[in-house]
Design a protein around this ligand. Structure first.
Ligand code: CAA
Ligand code: NAD
Length: 284
């Protein structure tokens, strides 16, 4: 099987890695040469981490590398069996990309989006075959977290849905849950208001960021606190998801706190930029 992964950022690189490790040929398409190099470096680093932790043999790392190709041209996906989109969380950019994927891959089994919150129907609507457009929503870090949300729009066909679910479950070994095509799907509809509440709590001076995070780790056995998790997700992505949720449900719990807006405007995007609620500059 050969799959195209479009966007090689935090999520696209993780998705490409798990596909390659599962024996799938993958072409990662990035926006430009510099972004493509960053995607390759991210995947290499994660494969090396797998070998270091004993989860991956050096031989399997070599085999995974051989299955990965990198490109900056969507036309290089021609003939792929399916594609997974993982570009920035911007509806207009995703809509345009799905129209282009539709033209480059007329025979692909499914065109999936890893969107956190954009309703899938908005992406399928501009294509000639909305029945093969669906959501496969992976979780960060993709090599670690087992879940994939399978999202069916009102136009998604049974055949594409079963192919995509089979791919995620049987080929990649992920655990799938089904979601209706509503902004945020199941997990983010619950998670994002919680993260925004934590930011509001910190912004209001109610508690320190360390105490908020420590409280949820030690008091509720979460693997990380909400402010560290916001940094892991990326504050630009968190802001975009909150906007999609608010557009859909008009729930005040999904309104972005002013601090989140200011941090994104300042380029403080979390781990990926080196600074968010915490400083990661020494880890880069
Ligand atoms: N890639 C590959 N492996 C990774 C990794 C990465 N980026 N990050 C961590 N790991 C592996 C490590 O190698 C380690 O494996 P071993 O135990 O075999 O050594 C294991 O995961 C644990 O890692 P660490 O010991 O370094 O750190 P940790 O125990 O603090 O775990 C964490 C780090 C996995 C990120 C953990 O804190 C965690 O699961 N946090 C919650 C993440 C979460 O909630 N994600 C969902 C975000 S929401 C989302 O994804 C949806 C959306 O649309 C926004
Ligand atoms: P990111 O900012 O790390 O990466 C986005 C990548 O897309 C960048 O490398 C950028 O160069 C590339 N890109 C932008 N436009 C492109 C185009 N037209 N063609 C090819 N590449 C393009 O973002 P991310 O965190 O990887 O998020 C990607 C998608 O996955 C978003 O829809 C996001 O909502 C979703 N998602 C994110 C998380 C998370 O925790 N960060 C979890 C699940 C889903």
């Amino acid at each position: 099987m050969r799959i195209g992964v479009v966007g090689g950022g935090l999520m696209g690189s993780g998705i490409a890695e798990v596909c390659a490790r599962a024996g799938v040929d993958v072409t990662v398409v990035e926006a430009d040469a510099a972004a493509s190099e960053r995607a390759q470096a991210r995947i290499e680093k994660s494969l090396d981490r797998g070998v270091r932790s004993g989860k991956l043999s050096a031989e399997d790392r070599g085999a995974a590398r051989e299955r990965l190709a990198y490109s900056t041209t969507l036309d290089d996906l021609e003939g792929a069996d399916a594609a997974i989109e993982a570009i920035v969380e911007q509806e207009a950019a995703k809509r345009e990309l799905f129209q282009r994927l539709d033209a480059v891959l007329p025979d692909a089994e499914f065109l999936a989006s890893n969107t956190s919150s954009v309703p899938i129907m908005k992406l399928g609507a501009g294509t000639s075959k909305p029945e093969r457009v669906l959501g496969l929503h992976f979780f960060n870090p993709v090599p670690v977290l087992p879940l994939v949300e399978v999202v069916r729009s009102i136009m998604t066909g049974e055949e594409a849905l079963e192919r995509a679910r089979g791919f995620a479950q049987d080929t990649l070994g992920k655990v799938c849950i089904d979601s209706q095509d509503r902004a945020g799907f199941v997990v983010n509809a619950l998670l994002i208001p919680y993260l925004l509440s934590a930011i509001r709590m910190y912004e209001s001076g109610f508690a320190s960021k360390e105490d908020i995070d420590e409280g949820m780790i030690k008091g509720c056995a979460h693997p990380m606190g909400p402010l560290a998790l916001s940094d892991l997700i990326g504050l630009d992505t968190l802001l975009a998801v909150s906007q999609s949720l608010y557009d859909e449900f008009r729930d005040p719990a999904s309104v972005a706190p002013a601090l989140l807006n200011r941090m994104v405007e300042a380029g403080l995007l979390g781990r990926k930029s080196g600074r968010g609620f915490y400083d990661y500059s020494k880890e880069r």
